[in-house]
Design a protein. Sequence first.
Length: 254
Amino acid sequence: MNIQTLLSEIKQAKKRRVIFDYHPSPVSGVDVMAKDWKPSLVLLHGLFKSLKAKNCSITITWWGQIFITPENSNTAFELALGYKLVNVEMHDVRTLMREQDFTILRLATATPYYTVSLRAHRNSTKWKDIPFDIGRDSAEKLATALHLDMLIKIKSYSSSGLQVEKFSLSDDDLLAALHYGAAKFGINSQFYSISSVILNSMRRWEIELMENQITVQTQYPIKSRTFQLNDKEVMFLRSFLPPIVCKPECFKST
């Protein structure tokens, strides 16, 4: 896949990632402020070009995750662009409390810095965060450092990493899309009704999605409600859900 196609997939995924404001565990990707969006695409173009020259394969998922697999590797690496906060220094609270009964601690405003993060797509791996000056630092130099880090880590793995799924939909993904639909379409929409049923209950709901209707139900006790979607609501879901889900046959989320 050529670099322009990869960047196009990231741009398309950016539109879908708005649902992550309603998601309990959003996935990684390109999460930057508007001022850094275009520079981030330039950075990714440079990174992808350098990594492809090193025979790495690159996959962009439906939700905008970036996976890089070095040549002859059975482990992919997840790449993310975003921000981290600088550490804020505090006086030792216990020392202060020896001198007075009450004290007010005023923290300096934390300043976020642009960060490129990498981790192996395996269970229980941690992110490695690399501060990056998007206006000055070299994408080629960063790609070389990332590639070297991947090769070093691969040597310590005795088993294959997790499989990269280009198209996936979890329960939380679907619920996030429905909650976002409720916020977007408002109180008179079916999304709002579905969202309210799910949020205002302690029960775990199963969601069955048909082409133009959604059924929510619980098992203990058995309780079910079906909501008919209008054409605009159907098109909304099709724009957010992966193509493997948006077919005439039903998809069941449990």
